[in-house]
Design a protein around this ligand. Structure first.
Ligand SMILES: Cc1cc2nc3c(=O)[nH]c(=O)nc-3n(C[C@H](O)[C@H](O)[C@H](O)COP(=O)(O)O)c2cc1C
Length: 234
């Protein structure tokens, strides 16, 4: 629907949120409760994200119960151990923390900080006041790429929007997936029906300390190809 009285967009603020929504681990405030109203508000915004065929078959599990968080954190730790030992299928893909880059590569230089921060979350996950687990109706792990992309594409944009909406309210989170190595066990714990797929786990807490900074990333110009694979433009 066209909106005739379009609001001007404050680009500086929008870009700031987009550039500084980090995976926050060590600066999650483990002592301060996050109000349900803030979670609901951020979720309402996140639900502006697209879904394939407008099906909106998403569900969001918000876990605040301390004993449930402790049990989920145990599964997360078991998942992390399997991952670090190279015992997951992810090991053979490029998306792998154990992957080594050249000494000059930013990703190699950022690795020690990531290990430290990841280790902190692994040890303290149960202390984070809120977990949000985005879920989607159906199972599709045996299906073709079209189906998998359409299904994950119907839950991951909303998950990222949720992180952005929280961040804009000074509430931090981190994208995590390690508990999914025990997806069934965590699903049973929370009563998630077996025909739903969990997509992530966001530990959610107030941000401690000062503002967050943009990350250093590989430049878009080297990662973007024009018309033919491998053809870059400055
Ligand atoms: C698909 C995906 C899975 C991830 N899983 C985990 C995880 O299980 N645990 C964790 O601590 N971080 C996890 N991360 C966070 C990444 O480590 C993080 O995004 C990356 O190091 C870049 O840092 P930044 O998000 O602060 O920019 C995951 C990120 C993505 C996109």
């Amino acid at each position: 629907m066209p909106n005739q009285t379009a609001k001007p967009i404050d680009l500086a603020s929008v870009d700031h949120v987009l550039k500084t929504t980090r995976s926050v681990r060590q600066r999650l405030d483990l002592e301060r409760a996050v109000p349900d109203s803030l979670i609901n508000e951020a979720l309402e915004i996140a639900l502006q994200a697209p879904t394939g065929a407008n099906t909106q078959t998403w569900r969001f599990m918000v876990v605040t119960d301390a004993s449930l968080r402790a049990k989920i954190a145990d599964y997360y730790r078991q998942g992390a151990e399997r991952y670090v030992e190279g015992k997951t299928a992810l090991t053979r893909t490029g998306v792998n923390m154990m992957r080594d880059y050249s000494a000059e590569d930013l990703r190699q230089q950022q690795k020690a900080a990531l290990m430290k921060s990841g280790g902190f979350l692994m040890e303290n996950l149960q202390r984070v006041p809120v977990f949000i687990i985005p879920c989607l109706e159906s199972r599709f792990e045996q299906d073709d790429v079209f189906t998998q992309a359409s299904m994950y594409g119907s839950i991951l944009p909303a998950t990222w929007s949720l992180m952005l909406a929280l961040r804009a309210r000074r509430v931090a989170s981190a994208w995590t997936t390690l508990h999914l190595l025990y997806e069934r066990e965590v699903g049973d714990l929370l009563g998630i029906p077996r025909d739903y797929t969990q997509a992530a786990l966001l530990p959610v807490a107030w941000l401690k300390g000062g503002d967050l900074n943009p990350a250093q990333r590989l430049p878009a110009s080297t990662l973007t190809f024009w018309n033919q694979w491998g053809t870059t433009r400055a």
